[in-house]
Structure formats: C-alpha cells, structure tokens
Design a binder for this molecule. Structure first.
Ligand SMILES: Cc1cc2nc3c(=O)[nH]c(=O)nc-3n(C[C@H](O)[C@H](O)[C@H](O)COP(=O)(O)O)c2cc1C
Length: 166
C-alpha cells in the first residue's frame, strides 16, 4: 500500500495534524507533502488530503487539488478549523466535499480545532455578521493539542483498515 498525506497549511495547524496522520500509518511506502509539492497521484493507493477551513469552506487551492485526484481513488479528508469540533459551522466544509469529490471513494473525514490568527479574530469581532463565529473561534487558541493529534492518529489507522479491507 502506497500512501500520500498531502496538506495545505498557512500557520502550521493542519501540518501538525498531517504529521500525526503520517506517523500513525504503516505502509509499504508513504510520503508527507505540502499540496504545492505533489506531482503525480497515479501511484498512490490511498490519499489523505488536509486543509484549513476558510470562510466555512474548502480553500480554492485544496479544491483544485481534489479535482486533480484520479477517478475512483481512495481518499480521506482532514481539516483544522477555529469553530467548535462537531458543530454546525465546522461541518459545512465537509458537506461541501461531497460535491467536489464526486468520483472519489471517500473513506472518512476528520476535523480538529486550530488556533486562529489574532488579527483575523479581532477584525471579524468588529463585524456584526461575523462576531458570533469570532467569539466561538477564540477558544481554539490551545489547538491542535495532544488529544487532537492522538485522535488524528486513531482516524488514520481506522482509514487504513478500511482501505485494506474495503
Ligand atoms: C482567512 C481565514 C479564514 C478562516 N475562516 C474560517 C472559518 O470560516 N471557519 C473556521 O472554523 N475557521 C476559519 N479559519 C481558521 C482556520 O481554519 C484555522 O485557524 C486553521 O487551523 C488554520 O490552519 P493552518 O494553520 O494549517 O493554516 C480561518 C482562517 C483564515 C486565515
């Protein structure tokens, strides 16, 4: 089994989760690469693809990458986000994935909180339409933490089992 863990990360949160996933999977061959450094996807049996949630959505760069994944490939998605884990706001980007990754075999998704840049929080707190989200996201400041990274590892091992036996 050849595995790729590909990620987009501006401030390092998603990269931490990507590393935890990478360290947790045993494979014949595995690679951990930022999206920009990925060239050619045909050889991989399983692709983990990670991104930071932006504007409650999958960032354009990640969408372009997902669109380039060959049809029928086994994939699993992970994201970091300022919103509360499991909440409605965090779920919206995952819902969007179903429409983007239409021809892929999605084996699962994982989300963890990630601290948000203070200047962004402060700017959005000033805007009535974004204040509720900014208040919610402020408490992500300690994430991703050890528990998040542990859960990411569990997720990765579970996905690997599905990829092998599914
Ligand atoms: C421009 C921008 C928009 C963001 N929008 C959202 C959002 O809509 N919902 C959310 O939960 N987090 C949002 N965030 C927070 C990031 O998803 C979060 O901080 C993430 O962990 C950053 O990951 P990174 O360090 O890998 O870039 C946003 C961050 C930025 C910079």
């Amino acid at each position: 089994m050849k595995i790729l863990v590909a990620y987009l990360s501006e401030t390092g949160n998603t990269e931490k989760v990507a590393k935890a996933i990478f360290d947790s999977v045993s494979a014949d061959a595995k690679e951990l690469l930022p999206l920009d450094n990925v060239f050619g996807l045909d050889d991989y049996d399983l692709i983990f693809c990670g991104f930071p949630v932006q504007a409650h959505s999958v960032p354009g760069k990640a969408q372009t990458f997902i669109n380039s994944i060959p049809q029928g490939k086994k994939v699993a998605f992970f994201a970091t986000h300022g919103s509360l884990r499991g909440g409605e706001r965090a779920a919206s980007a995952f819902h969007q994935l179903a429409g983007i990754a239409t021809d892929l075999k999605i084996l699962g998704t994982f989300g963890a909180r990630g601290k948000v840049k203070m200047d962004l929080l402060d700017a959005l707190s000033e805007k009535p339409e974004h204040k509720a989200w900014a208040d919610e996201a402020r408490s992500a400041v300690t994430h991703p933490d050890e528990a998040d990274l542990h859960d990411a590892g569990e997720f990765a091992r579970d996905i690997l089992l599905k990829a092998r036996h599914g």
